[in-house]
Design a protein around this ligand. Structure first.
Ligand SMILES: C[S@@+](CC[C@H](N)C(=O)[O-])C[C@H]1O[C@@H](n2cnc3c(N)ncnc32)[C@H](O)[C@@H]1O
Length: 512
């Protein structure tokens, strides 16, 4: 109701500081219906924002006495709300929820701020207080949303219901483990609702969103998994408890394991083929070089000539994702990019006794590049992270097919790509791994570990790739070397054909 004027008038950085991202009314309505099904008298919203949950619950016209308590830390935001306070079944507390005393509620409904704990100024005062309130140590919790959830679960009355919005990736994090344990062992978790095509539903979200539905009834029930693909799906839901696609027994969701691949494998037709092992067995993906000032570090031939920089202070580097357009990247491709005057070099200062380099560093300092977040923490500020050229590159952001490149050059790479660094088992498997990664099966299996950024944009962290699955050594060893070489040659000129051949080869080794 107030959202459009607030969002229009408030800078994005301000909203980010408080984790202000608002729940669309269709989603809030599902949550409101669910938490009020058991006629709760005392309802809590720990992160009120512009009050969408209160609004949706009010619309339900509950035919009994109920009271809604809400916390909101941001006074500025509250100035946008005018007539809430006048209502006698509503208390809005302009205070930090994490500092509040423990009271008990029959229903809790929340979209918590998703903020790194380090960004939270009062954390040193708050943590001990909450630890005392809930009787548990909270070490290692790196996101405020998880503390909101822990505290809220503590405040839930017997039989009370809780509906919480969280990023889906929360189920993969280290700090999520303890919460998952609590949710499962205390029989709290009843349903997980995942929004697959979230741009449609959550226009502002930068990651896949899900809702946790919990009830403190101590009844052990299978956990329902719901997948919502578009706004139309939501409109058709009368009661979310009856709308689900899968049911999982508790032992199918071990708290020590990442839940995202488990749940996604249910939702997609893709299963991990038998015998597959973790990609980690062959080596590790690492993120590319983070310079902290790409404008300064990335250089093209003409700028290098103009600055008179010598080869000692440069290295070959893929500085942007779109510099590579083909699945195989060779020295010829690199030569062509140099001729086209693309930024294919990176400043890599090794010879400081040189006037040209001293001049360029001085220009950098005058422009404040030495004071950037990353550079100011380096000694000296222009020191480059150490990376060898990686034989396989993987696009960090992907739309549709995942960008996988077999790199035959000596170029290192910036953060636009993750680079694969083989171990002794992987060193002879590079071409085979590449063929697997470009095949349809490989792409589908790897995508099970993606982090969806909305609008079909998928992001991968190096860990997501390292923990994804691929054929084991025995399976790879059954691949015909000649066919492997042939596919690599074909990929240089015809990527589509190379994918078709890779599909065949991978299917063969799986069926063996
Ligand atoms: C993700 S928004 C959700 C707002 C609203 N409930 C909704 O769903 O549209 C989180 C809200 O919590 C507020 N907030 C952030 N930290 C808080 C804290 N420690 N205590 C209470 N509210 C907080 C933010 O200002 C923001 O309005």
């Amino acid at each position: 109701m107030y959202e459009s004027s607030y969002v229009l008038e408030t800078p994005i950085n301000y909203r980010k500081k408080y984790g202000q991202f608002f729940t669309p009314s269709l989603v809030a309505s599902i949550m409101a219906k669910w938490v009020t099904e058991n006629h709760p008298k005392k309802i809590l919203d720990p992160a009120f924002g512009l009050g969408i949950f209160y609004e949706e619950i009010s619309k339900l016209n509950l035919q009994y006495q109920w009271h809604f308590t809400a916390y909101e830390i941001d006074t500025n935001l509250l100035n946008y709300l005018d007539n809430f306070q006048k209502n006698n079944h509503f208390t809005l507390v302009n205070q930090d929820y994490l500092k509040s005393d423990i009271n008990y509620y029959d229903a809790i409904i929340c979209n918590p701020p998703y903020l790194r704990f380090q960004k939270f100024i009062d954390r040193h005062d708050i943590l001990p207080k909450i630890e005392q309130q809930i009787g548990k140590k909270l070490g290692g919790y790196s996101n405020i949303a998880s503390i909101f959830l822990i505290k809220a679960l503590q405040q839930l009355n017997r039989n009370g219901r809780l509906a919480f919005i969280l990023p889906f990736e929360f189920f993969n994090t280290g700090y999520g483990k303890e919460i998952k344990k609590t949710l499962i062992e205390n029989n709290l978790l009843k349903q997980i609702v995942i929004f697959a095509n979230e741009k449609d539903i959550f226009p502002d979200a930068t990651t896949t969103i899900c809702i946790l539905l919990c009830q403190n009834d101590q009844i052990k029930q299978d956990i329902k998994i719901t997948n919502i693909n578009n706004t139309q799906d939501i409109k058709e839901i009368a009661n979310i408890s009856n709308y689900y696609h899968h049911q999982l027994t508790h032992n199918k969701l071990p708290y020590q394991k990442k839940w995202t691949p488990i749940i996604l494998s249910l939702l997609s037709d893709q299963k991990i083929p038998e015998g597959f092992c973790k990609l980690l067995e062959y080596g590790t993906f690492k993120r590319g070089i983070a310079t902290g000032a790409n404008d300064f570090f990335a250089l093209n031939k003409s700028k290098i000539e103009q600055l008179q920089l010598n080869d000692n202070n440069l290295c070959l580097c893929i500085t942007k994702s779109n510099l590579i357009k083909t699945a195989i990247f060779t020295d010829n491709d690199l030569e062509l990019l140099i001729k086209q005057d693309k930024s294919i070099y990176c400043l890599d200062v090794k010879d400081i006794n040189n006037e040209a380099i001293l001049n360029y560093l001085k220009i950098g300092e005058e422009k404040g590049y030495d004071e950037r977040y990353l550079t100011k923490n380096r000694q000296p500020w222009y020191k480059l992270e150490k990376r060898e050229p990686a034989p396989i590159l993987f696009g960090v952001f992907n739309r549709g097919r995942l960008k996988v490149i077999r790199n035959f050059t000596k170029a290192i790479n910036f953060t636009c790509y993750h680079g694969f660094y083989p171990n002794i088992f992987g060193i002879n498997m590079i071409d085979k791994l590449f063929i697997y990664l470009i095949s349809d099966i490989g792409q589908d299996v790897i995508k099970m570990n993606k982090r969806s950024y909305g609008n079909n944009l998928d992001k991968f962290e190096p860990g997501d790739l390292n923990n994804s699955y691929c054929p084991n050594i025995k399976q790879f060893n059954t691949m015909n070397e000649q066919q492997v070489n042939q596919i690599i040659e074909i990929a240089k000129i015809d990527e589509k054909e190379a994918i078709l051949l890779s599909n065949k080869l991978i299917k063969q080794i799986i069926s063996k």
